[in-house]
Design a protein around this ligand. Structure first.
Ligand code: NAP
Ligand code: GDD
Length: 328
């Protein structure tokens, strides 16, 4: 019999790739979406339009325990992937309250609903390298202490601790993936990599001339979302619930990304870049780099993409996107 999976955040970058992966594995895939998304399909459902007939969508919100309980008690999923969140770090400085409410309560509501109505469901929590924040150890592993630098980071540390506590206190199968930055042509336009790839495409096509950025010396460990959703699935296939760091183990600066993205279409980023102080964060995460040894050893996980192939795919996909004026 097919397994049943429930994905929160199915309209997001990771949700869309994970849904594709699970469909290919013959799962029955359910997704939680906000009612407004159903009302405006072209806008919010662009990443899952091509698989819309293969999934079942339910209107709910992470702010409402009642809406979540209704779905979980009805479909009793074998696996629940909790990816829904206010995921934009920069926005969390403008609205700490909604970030904390959605991200902490949403996770708590799901865990509590599983405990009371579907205790056999396995649960994946989307933890983040932002939890390491001002890093106390290089590279970061599953044992590195957290030092979050934003309401977003704090919300993810709390979600991680809630997940651990439900695992220990109620013996539920709950795990956190501590995923480092992962990108793709489906990345939201507010994140720096997509802002760059989209701008490069527009500059190349003569639609735009300048790109405004903040701290281009920030360093990240960037992978591809398609590779990372595979790790999520692998975590829920293990006998024992454990947390895993997922990363490439390689680090590049925003400047490196910028330089490569422009050079791929024979442009010089220095001729188009303007540093805008308004885009600097009040407390920045300057440098992240992870150690993926545990995921490689215990999950037999590996990557198909490297930094260059990721940047290349994003830039050429955005060139195509602009040329064809179509969503991916
Ligand atoms: P994303 O593209 O921003 O997607 C976020 C998803 O959450 C969207 O489907 C969004 O729905 C949904 N959502 C937000 N608020 C909600 C609410 N109140 N109720 C219901 N749904 C809500 O994020 P992503 O890049 O796919 O990341 C997936 C998860 O992994 C997030 O939890 C993120 O924090 C975490 N993470 C991401 C990375 C990364 O580099 N991508 C790294 C580590 C951890 P709408 O479409 O309606 O807005
Ligand atoms: N967004 C953005 N826009 N970031 C900029 C800009 C800009 O114009 N200029 C410089 N940056 C810098 C940011 O200051 C940050 O240091 C870096 O680029 C990456 O920013 P984002 O792409 O917004 O990602 P993030 O690292 O803050 O957060 C992402 O990764 C986390 C995992 O570490 C998000 O996907 C989070 O949801 C995820 O948890």
């Amino acid at each position: 019999m097919s397994k049943i999976a429930l994905i929160t955040g199915i309209t997001g970058q990771d949700g869309s790739y994970l849904a594709e992966l699970l469909i290919a594995k013959k799962y029955k895939v359910h997704g939680i979406v906000r009612r407004v998304a159903l009302e405006n399909e072209n806008h919010r459902l662009w990443r899952i339009k091509h698989i819309i007939n293969k999934i079942k969508l339910h209107a709910a919100t992470l702010e409402s325990y009642a809406s979540i309980v209704k779905i979980i008690s009805k479909i009793k999923p074998d696996e629940i992937y909790h990816l829904g969140a206010q995921s934009y770090v920069d926005y969390s400085f403008n609205d700490e309250f909604s970030t904390l409410n959605t991200n902490i309560n949403g996770t708590h509501f799901l865990l509590s609903a599983i405990k009371d109505f579907s205790p056999k469901s396995k649960f994946y929590f989307a933890g983040s390298s932002e939890m390491f924040g001002k890093v106390v150890e290089i590279p970061q592993t599953e044992r590195t202490p957290f030092y979050p630098r934003s309401a977003y980071g704090i919300s993810k540390v709390t979600g991680y601790e809630l997940t651990r506590n439900y695992r220990e206190a109620y013996k539920l199968f709950c795990v956190s993936g501590i995923l480092f930055n992962h990108e793709s042509p489906r990345r939201g336009f507010e994140f720096v990599t997509r802002k760059i790839s989209y701008s490069v495409a527009k500059i190349k096509m003569g639609i735009q001339n300048k790109i405004f950025l903040g701290n281009i010396d920030a360093k990240r460990d960037w992978g591809h979302a398609k590779d990372y959703v595979r790790a999520m699935w692998l975590m829920l296939q293990k006998k024992k619930p454990e947390d895993y760091v997922v990363c490439t183990g390689k680090q590049y600066s925003v400047r490196d990304f910028l330089k490569l993205a422009f050079s791929l279409v024979d442009l010089d980023y220095k001729k188009h870049l303007i540093i805008d102080e308004k885009l600097m964060r009040p407390s920045e995460v300057n440098s992240l780099i992870g150690n993926n040894a545990k995921a490689k050893k215990h999950l037999k996980w590996d990557m198909h993409y490297d930094f260059r192939s990721l940047v290349k795919e994003m830039v050429f996909s955005d060139l195509d996107f602009i040329k064809n004026e179509k969503f991916l």
